[in-house]
Design a protein around this ligand. Structure first.
Ligand code: 6PG
Length: 243
């Protein structure tokens, strides 16, 4: 499913509304809301909106459990750190109990950090599958999502829920949920904005390239929902009716 919004502001508002609705529904049905947040710049405005009226009142923050889809292995105060961005825009302003916020921490080796985060997830999901109520994802211009980058070995990891990856273009180690883990979610939502994403969005949605070269195409929920929330600039190469 694709939802086309007028611009980034409209997209961010629609995404905040969806986040609040999913959170309320999850708490109603099973007493908690478990979400894996995305890094990058696109979700910033959505996070800022969630920290304000009406969402700060609407979302059951006390029953919300925050995880991340990926993280760069940089210090917690490094501006590239996804958890830092989320704290500055959202988590420092809403009453999620601190024990329910679970950043990916890369202090040890990336592999050890991946093993630790996976152990946390397996404990949280009590031995079941990683059934996030919502996974938020972005889309890189090279087709990556989370830190699932083209041509990396983590793409084919069907055994683990968390992997470590060295991103050559950045000279950075990263941690990421594997596609196998992401695909267990109840709902996966991509947020994509801007003309710069139009070619890759068309390739992901309409192309036939091997998913290993466009990892976003590996995101196929096993039995959950998949929603592309995009603005009209990113959608300009798609033949879709605008909402
Ligand atoms: C990250 C994200 C990454 C991001 C895309 C899009 O840590 O950078 O997880 O997958 O979502 O690169 O980034 P923008 O939203 O900045 O375009």
């Amino acid at each position: 499913m694709i939802r086309i919004c007028h611009d980034l502001e409209a997209l961010s508002l629609a995404a905040a509304e969806l986040f609040a609705a999913e959170a309320c529904q999850a708490v109603r049905v099973h007493g908690r809301f478990t979400v894996a947040l995305s890094g990058g710049s696109t979700p910033r405005r959505m996070y800022e909106l969630l920290a304000r009226e009406p969402f700060i009142e609407q979302v059951p923050w006390q029953s919300t459990h925050i995880f991340w889809g990926d993280e760069r292995c940089v210090p917690a105060d490094d501006p590239r750190n996804n958890a830092l961005m989320t704290r500055q825009t959202l988590l420092d302003h809403v009453p999620v109990p601190p024990g329910q916020i679970h950043p990916m921490v890369c202090n040890s080796s990336p592999l050890e950090a991946a093993v630790e985060y996976e152990a946390l997830l397996r404990s949280f999901f009590a031995g079941g599958r990683p059934r996030f109520d919502l996974v938020l994802l972005g889309l890189g211009e090279n087709g990556h999502t989370a830190s699932l980058f083209p041509g990396t070995s983590v793409l084919d990891d069907q055994q683990h829920w968390v992997g470590e990856v060295y991103v050559v273009e950045e000279g950075l180690q990263r941690l990421t949920l594997t596609a196998a883990a992401i695909n267990q979610a109840a709902l996966i939502v991509f947020l994509v904005s801007g003309h710069g994403k139009a070619p890759i969005l068309r390739e992901v949605l309409k192309g036939t390239q091997d998913p290993h070269s466009i990892p976003a195409r590996m995101v196929k929920p096993v039995d959950g929902g998949l929603l592309w929330m995009v603005d009209r600039h990113a959608a300009c190469l798609l033949r879709q009716r605008k909402e």
